[in-house]
Design a protein around this ligand. Structure first.
Ligand code: FES
Ligand SMILES: [Fe+2]
Length: 385
């Protein structure tokens, strides 16, 4: 985030706090329970927003070096993301062109050649076929034309994005609007991966987004974890095309309200949540950045995979070594897994119980409303349905 925007936000926050008000929408908003419980709705989401918007597949720090790769089944198909020897990121299906076996069997690593475990066909980091054992048994095979089926990807702001058919990086940039410049200012591409994990959860994928888009619950659900460190019920929200940003305040911001002057550096007293439409939340908080991506299991409203990655500054930096990253990770897991996801599992059961037809987002949950308005616009009102 650039300095001018930080200053503008600080002024707005101080004005709200000094008049003892919080960011509010004009109305409450209802959302049908079926959006969390109906398999047809999940299929519509996959066919519309998941198929037609660029999506984050993971941070580029997962594969910083030439030859690095990661693979997962998170995005509705077995995929591999790989950095070639020139440093360019490629994406392809993890499906051998010979007889369909999984070529890459580890979650992450570094290889110059990926050898299929079934019959030994070998592919380079661009996905091109390089070697076939007993090649004379395949006289019609033109090696130079065979490759693992590619997907279109782009690397931007330290993130690897899947691009819909026909999209290029310029369109990705346009789709970010003013966020493109704001994300650039964080220099995410210079951060290092601390840890990444895939968490399979029996909840609708949208619950993963929802948990980051309001602080109304902090004082209650997170009473014993991060609640005391964050101002509850305050989320200054702005939208950027389909994306949503929410600034939340650390408890330390209060000192500045008393002195009625915006802090010199807003970001040292705040955390910033970015809902990168459709299925990613990027959390900026001090030196640590979290990237959360959720993807539904095929047409299943109550099952999703979540990839969480934590990015940190260069661990060789002496000052940063004093931060206990392991402890931060533990607090994050305690909060999100044992509190946010635990209550989401209960709510998921509630959604399928038949007890409710709609649930409601308050005027005090503007980021949540913005996200669901975007979804409604692009899924519910899709001309295909
Ligand atoms: S299926 Fe991969 S080498 Fe046969
Ligand atoms: Fe939470």
């Amino acid at each position: 985030m650039r300095a001018a925007e930080r200053q503008r936000l600080a002024m707005e926050i101080n004005s709200l706090l000094s008049s003892n008000t919080i960011p509010m929408c004009s109305h409450t908003m209802e959302n049908p329970v079926a959006n969390y419980a109906d398999p047809h709705h999940t299929q519509r989401e996959l066919d519309t927003v998941f198929a037609s918007f660029p999506r984050v597949l993971g941070p580029a720090a997962l594969i910083p070096e030439p030859g690095d790769y990661f693979s997962d089944d998170m995005n509705g198909a077995p995929l591999v993301l790989s950095r070639d020897l020139q440093g360019v990121v490629h994406g392809f299906y993890n499906v051998c062109v010979h007889r369909g076996a999984r070529v890459v069997t580890e979650a992450r690593g570094n290889r110059r050649l990926h050898t299929c475990p079934f019959h030994g066909w070998a592919y380079d980091p661009t996905g091109s076929l390089r070697a076939v054992p007993t090649a004379d048994a395949f006289p019609d095979l033109d090696l130079s034309r065979q490759q693992l089926k590619p997907i279109e990807v782009a690397e931007r702001h330290g993130l690897i994005w899947w691009l819909p058919d026909g999209w290029d990086e310029a369109q990705l940039t346009n789709s970010l609007g003013a966020l493109d410049d704001e994300l650039a200012a964080y220099s995410l591409e210079h951060l290092t991966l601390f840890r990444t994990e895939i968490l399979e959860q029996p909840i609708n994928w949208k619950f993963v987004m929802d948990g980051f888009l309001e602080t109304y619950h902090f004082k209650f659900l997170h009473r014993d974890t991060i609640g005391p460190f964050v101002r509850s019920n305050f989320g200054l929200t702005d939208t950027f095309q389909t994306h949503t940003r929410m600034v939340v305040l650390r408890a330390s911001y209060d000192e500045h309200v008393l002195h009625a002057e915006p802090p010199q550096d807003l970001l040292s007293h705040a955390a910033v949540m970015y809902q990168l439409f459709p299925n990613t939340v990027l959390v900026w908080q001090g030196p640590q950045i979290e990237v959360w991506t959720a993807y539904p299991h095929a047409a299943s409203p109550n099952q999703c995979d979540v990839r969480v990655s934590v990015l940190i500054p260069d661990p060789n930096d002496e000052q940063q070594q004093r931060v206990d990253w392991e402890r931060n990770w533990q607090v994050l897991m305690d909060t999100v897994l044992n509190e946010d996801f635990a209550v989401s599992r209960q709510a998921q059961a509630g959604m399928t119980s038949g007890a409710l037809t709609h649930f409601v987002y308050g005027r005090n949950e503007p980021a949540l409303q913005a996200f669901h308005r975007n979804l409604a616009q692009h899924v519910l009102l899709s001309r295909h349905y």
